[in-house]
Design a binder for this molecule. Structure first.
Ligand SMILES: Nc1ncnc2c1ncn2[C@@H]1O[C@H](COP(=O)(O)OP(=O)(O)OP(=O)(O)O)[C@@H](O)[C@H]1O
Ligand SMILES: [Mg+2]
Length: 463
């Protein structure tokens, strides 16, 4: 391959530039790109050596030569009437001495520059979108991890959640109290592209009926006595571009059910006392621990609203129907509680987990979390076993006599064992070899038990 000299390469590069002109310190043109020469209507070779002022009367190069200050991003009107943006830059030699000034522009007119800007903006927007999707994917893992459980039911729900999160569809989460409806609603928001918007929670049962309407839909100033002067946005407006979670939706009074239905259908609302409508872009998640079907039958819940909010319906099963999640939940809660309360609990003993598996968990995951919290805080370190759950075991075995320390199996066995060893030692007057033979156990086993029950010391001092 022919080696192209640098000067030749530079000249080819300069000629390919739409606008390039360079002058020396005397104001004479030293380089002119072919494309620019064509606009000026003069062959490039003829312009070389001519005063720039003569060839380009409106030039700003002489000013830069005089001030020694480069000018970037300057608007410049060309001879053909087109405008462009040019950079005028001072050129120095190796000793930092000014040897000339050059001007260059990349676009022949503003249209092309505008097109370029548009393209840049488009790329920037695309980039932002990818960034958001990437964040959502990262978040996705994080959120999925926040839902603890490996049972087939939970795995299936996680799959549905992933799909639902990407859409704007209304989601209805049903399940008994403490099953994790709020955890799942949160995960949907965090995994969705609207995770940058607000996640607004409204508990329809916790707000008095007379306030609920203004809380949800907001009001204009002077809408009613006691209203804030400038008016107030409602929860729906606060959740715009984000997610609103309507908890205990079954408690929403009938007249607000109709209003909610209208908002969902029209994607806009009017604040109380206003005729101006606010347009909404909102994902709605409704939660309930009541059977909405039964409420519809009793005319306490609107049929049409039900069909509007249950586009995706996720029924979270009670904990007793997915007991295989209990062990994982225990591990996760112990870690969380250690962190929150500064404890050093290592875990829950296997035999204690067996008791957990027997229980019905009417309070579901919340109850399990609270039971563990109580045991951890009272214990602070080590492995949690039956002795740490005195307050809980009667719930598992109601009606059973409370466990006295002796009626616990391990403790009872130890007491019998210790008693037998002491009797054997008394019989043999402290001779361990004979005592082991009498008990029909090996000498090493006897020694191990003596250490365990601290018997040797007792016996020696007895002697
Ligand atoms: N799958 C889960 N993984 C981790 N934590 C969970 C899970 N499910 C529930 N929890 C925890 O259990 C507690 C109760 O969950 P949550 O408040 O979401 O229940 P809920 O279904 O909304 O109950 P309610 O109907 O009483 O409002 C919370 O502390 C939550 O962190
Ligand atoms: Mg809840």
């Amino acid at each position: 391959m022919r080696k192209i000299p640098l000067a030749e390469l530079l000249k080819a590069g300069i000629d390919s530039l739409f606008l390039f002109v360079m002058i020396d310190t005397k104001g004479l043109i030293r380089h002119l790109s072919k494309a620019y020469a064509a606009i000026l209507g003069i062959p490039a070779e003829e312009a070389i050596g001519q005063p720039v002022k003569k060839i380009i009367p409106t030039t700003g190069l002489l000013r830069v030569l005089e001030t020694g200050k480069s000018e970037l991003g300057q608007l410049f009107v060309l001879k053909n009437g087109e405008s462009t943006i040019c950079n005028r830059m001072v050129v120095y030699d190796e000793d930092e001495k000014i040897i000339g000034v050059m001007s260059m522009a990349l676009f022949p007119n503003m249209d092309q520059l505008a097109q370029f800007t548009l393209q840049l903006e488009k790329l920037q927007k695309e980039n932002e979108l990818y960034q958001r999707q990437l964040d959502a994917l990262k978040q996705n893992r994080f959120c999925m991890d926040s839902i603890v459980g490996n049972s087939p039911q939970i795995k299936k729900i996680k799959e549905t959640l992933k799909k639902a999160a990407m859409s704007k569809l209304c989601v209805l989460l049903t399940g008994e109290t403490g099953t994790g409806k709020e955890v799942f609603a949160n995960a949907i928001h965090q995994m969705s592209p609207r995770c940058y918007g607000n996640f607004v929670k409204v508990n329809c049962a916790a707000i008095p009926n007379e306030l609920l309407e203004s809380e949800l839909f907001g009001y204009e100033g002077g809408a009613f006595s006691g209203a804030v002067k400038g008016g107030k946005p409602g929860k729906f407006e606060l959740a715009n571009n984000g997610t609103i979670m309507l908890d205990e939706i079954n408690e929403l009074p009938l007249h607000l059910q109709s209003k909610l239905l209208r908002v969902l259908q029209e994607n806009e609302l009017e604040r109380l006392g206003s005729t101006k409508s606010v347009s909404l872009d909102i994902r709605v998640i409704c939660c309930t621990n009541q059977n909405l079907g039964a409420l519809i039958e009793a005319n306490r819940f609107r049929n049409d609203l039900y069909y509007r909010i249950n586009t995706v319906e996720i029924a979270i099963p009670p904990l007793r129907d997915r007991r295989e999640d209990i062990s994982l939940l225990c591990d996760s809660f112990v870690k969380k509680i250690n962190f929150m309360h500064g404890c050093y609990i290592e875990g829950v003993s296997e035999s204690m987990v067996q008791h957990f598996l027997q229980y019905n968990w009417p309070g579901n995951v919340r109850e399990l979390e609270h039971v563990l919290e109580q045991a951890c805080v009272m214990t602070a370190s080590g492995i949690l076993n039956e002795s740490h759950f005195d307050f809980f075991l009667p719930r598992v075995y109601p009606g059973a006599a409370p466990l006295s320390p002796l009626s616990k199996f391990d403790v009872a066995v130890e007491a019998v064992e210790k008693d037998a060893i002491l009797k054997a030692l008394q019989n043999t007057k402290g001779n361990k070899l004979q005592a082991a033979a009498l008990l029909n156990i090996s000498r090493s086993r006897l020694y191990e038990r003596l250490r365990k029950y601290n018997i040797e010391a007792v016996f020696r001092s007895d002697k």
